[in-house]
Design a protein around this ligand. Structure first.
Ligand code: CA
Length: 231
């Protein structure tokens, strides 16, 4: 598998490259945001490992630029920033996962494999699901509200896909996090609430009805016949 590593710290970069090459991956590296971005735009990679603190620009901006250019390659952020806001910001710009430095090599590989499994899962499911005015295509990874395409980040898409496959059923928070993210983030279900609010906002722009209903003390439910107001 072809992996791009964008990391300015030589020791970390060399270590990651070594670990991945040992697993049989083909690894290209960049030590600046600009070169990394260029490589990601010009060549296909199966996964991008991205540091946040780069000398010329922040990794978050790189992530935004790539997503803005329709590069859907999964991105794993590698960063020394431990706070939840930075993690959420990273995931919200379209990254798929976040790993805090220092990290264990085994955890790095586990995260990469989990991301790849999620992507492949989406590829092999040849299905379109509809729910009210919502439609999701798991093959092209497109989501529509009233036939208008809505851009979702990978994490938002995976979450929405799970909802669309399980409409009109209370989905407990544990069930959602376990099924949407194979391995748990090193934090709690707060991520889930954040993602749901992002998705709701995107749906809300196109329809006045509330599809994703909060079920108090339990979780959420995707309504195929929703009510008009938001809760
Ligand atoms: Ca750095």
């Amino acid at each position: 598998m072809k992996i791009l590593v964008i990391e300015d710290d030589r020791i970390v970069r060399t270590l990651v490259k070594h670990v991945l090459e040992n697993e049989g991956h083909e690894v290209t590296v960049a030590d600046r945001a600009e070169t990394g971005e260029k490589m990601a735009l010009e060549d296909d990679h199966e996964i991008i490992i991205l540091d946040l603190g780069l000398p010329d620009r922040s990794g978050l901006e790189v992530c935004k630029t790539l997503r803005g250019n329709n590069i859907t390659t999964p991105i794993l952020i590698l960063s020394a920033y431990q706070n939840t806001d930075t993690k959420i910001a990273g995931l919200n710009t379209g990254a798929d996962d976040y790993l805090t430095k220092p990290f264990d090599n085994k955890e790095l590989l586990a995260r990469i494999n989990a991301i790849i499994r999620r992507v492949k899962k989406g590829d092999v499911t040849n299905n379109i699901y509809e729910c009210g005015e919502l439609k999701i295509d798991l093959v092209s990874r497109e989501f529509y509200v009233r036939d208008t395409k809505v851009l979702l980040t990978n994490n938002e898409f995976n979450l929405m896909a799970y909802f669309m496959k399980n409409p009109d059923r209370v989905l407990y928070k544990d069930e959602l996090t376990n099924n949407v993210w194979d391995i748990n983030f090193d934090t709690n279900t707060n991520f889930l609430n954040v993602y749901i609010s992002y998705i709701r906002k995107k749906i809300e722009e196109l329809t006045p009805v509330n599809y994703i209903q909060t079920v108090r003390k339990k979780g959420f439910k995707l309504n195929s016949r929703p009510v008009q107001e938001y809760d």
